[in-house]
Design a protein around this ligand. Sequence first.
Ligand code: DQA
Length: 144
Amino acid sequence: MPEILIINGPNLNLTGRREPDVYGTRSMDEIIANVRAHFEGHATISYFQSNHEGHIIDRLHAAGFGAVQGIVLNAGAYTHTSLAIADAIAAIATPVVEVHMSNVAAREPIRRTSLIAPVCRGTITGLGPAVYSLAVAALLEPEL
Ligand code: DQA
């Protein structure tokens, strides 16, 4: 069975309690459980969250050379600031899909810039927790 790794960056551990008007009221545990239920029997969903840039980079390196079929990455605010995470995505072979629950295009100007978008296969944004399942579905397509 293919394995897809979901990586969440800083503050996403507080989803459900953090700015619920922006990120909703469901916890990340519930969101990931829903993704797992959605793909049961079709894919194994592994999950990693860190508030630390270097830990995210280490996890990308560990997964990025064939250990998993694809990576779903919500880099949180590092999306807009981290050249190091962008370099890590460029360095690995495994496809990475960037996701954001909020519609970053409709928020503050700094959130309209993604340093990681150019090195990801694609980006899914603004559709709430559904972005995770949509990205997994994309990564399971054979031609991606
Ligand atoms: C986010 C959007 C980012 O701008 C923000 O820093 C986050 C969450 C999202 O999922 O909408 O932490 O990636």
